[in-house]
Design a protein around this ligand. Structure first.
Ligand code: CUA
Length: 359
């Protein structure tokens, strides 16, 4: 699948005020925002002018005696009470209508399960496929059934104008109707710990055909050991262990480790090999590197022997240069933009941001 990221991003960058408008909520939200902004402006300017004018007119000065009696004008009092009250009531009613729209999903929705945890997202699609990115079809109603595994998180896609807290122990739902194909950002909008700011993901609005293709592709793991290893890595390890040299997410990076010897916290010298990876997955804290100063802990990962073998192959391939780390969406977009600008026409398979295409 080939998403032409720079073109999509360039077409609907949004405005000074707004993120791109990619759902039916965007138009409603933005027009309402603009109406309230203009109403506020219409009141703000005359009020400030009157304040300045009165301050000058009635300022203390030689030869000027203030008048201690207050004036009263019924018509004026009623006008400036009734007009703002009516406006505020109208804003309230329209706000409630908009809110009810957002919390009442239509009956025909595509349901996607969302698991939020420190500090990543996992989406499970109707066909059972899972992915850390959110793929949705354009022109269909999508409902998200969201659960948190640990603390309070918040699902926020500015381009859809949707935001919903994900309270642990509760099922939290949200729905939207994507209207514009493209790639957008998904944020966690609730402070949830050290790596809250890293709790990001990408949202892809695809044509219904592309969406079906993507789901079929996601439900089929790659078959070669290294590509399968990367597939397993992305789903189980990546949120804590980077595949780029020197990058610390929560745990140590997997890059440039294979075959190297290091000292553990108990003073033992250990080689980073199949044996070590196997043990670290089953019993993560058995051999901690003395160089890695962090209190971060890791829980035992439930991987099958095939999956562990694949992760071993993947980490080894990273060292051998047989596979390159996946680029993040932003890196892929900027790289694609550079390629588009220069005359370099050589295909760079790392720019696809898609694990299957590296097979
Ligand atoms: Cu999850 Cu902030």
């Amino acid at each position: 699948m080939n998403l032409n990221l720079p073109t999509l991003l360039a077409k609907h960058e949004g405005t000074f005020w707004f993120a791109p408008s990619a759902s039916t909520f965007a138009e409603e939200t933005d027009s309402f925002f603009m109406i309230i902004l203009w109403i506020s402006t219409a009141f703000f300017i005359p009020i400030v002018i009157a304040m300045i004018w009165f301050a000058l007119k009635f300022r203390k000065r030689p030869g000027y005696e203030g008048d201690s009696t207050a004036l009263h004008n019924n018509a004026l009092e009623i006008t400036w009470s009734v007009i703002p009250t009516l406006l505020v009531c109208w804003i309230f009613v329209r706000g409630v209508q908009g809110y009810m729209d957002m919390v009442t999903p239509p009956p025909d929705t595509i349901d996607i399960q969302v698991r939020a945890k420190k500090w990543d997202w996992l989406f499970t699609y109707p066909n059972g496929a899972t992915d850390p990115n959110l793929y949705v079809p354009k022109g269909k109603n999508v409902r998200l059934l969201m659960r948190s595994e640990d603390v309070l998180h918040s699902f926020f896609v500015p381009a859809f104008r949707t935001k919903q807290d994900i309270v642990p122990g509760r099922l939290n739902t949200i729905w939207f109707h994507p209207t514009l194909e493209g790639q957008y950002k998904l944020f966690c909008a609730e402070y949830c710990g050290d790596n809250h700011s890293e709790m990001l993901s990408d949202v892809f609005v695809l044509s219904p055909e592309k969406y079906e293709e993507k789901l079929a592709e996601l439900s089929r793991p790659p078959t070669t050991p290294v590509a399968f290893g990367q597939w397993v890595y992305i789903r189980n390890c990546k949120s804590c262990h980077s595949d780029k040299p020197g990058v610390i997410n929560v745990g140590p990076s997997f890059a440039e480790k294979w075959g190297k010897e290091f000292k553990t916290t108990t003073g033992e010298t250990v080689k980073f090999d199949e044996q070590y990876v196997e043990e670290s997955i089953r019993n993560p804290l058995a051999k901690r590197s003395a160089d890695f100063k962090s209190n971060a802990t890791m829980t035992t990962q439930n991987l099958t022997p095939e999956e562990i073998a694949a992760v071993q192959a993947f980490i080894k391939a990273l060292e051998d240069g047989d596979i390159t780390p996946e680029l993040d969406a932003e890196e892929a977009a900027s790289q694609a933009a550079e390629e588009g600008a220069g005359e370099s026409s050589s295909t760079n398979e790392t720019a696809t941001g898609n694990s299957n295409e590296t097979t």
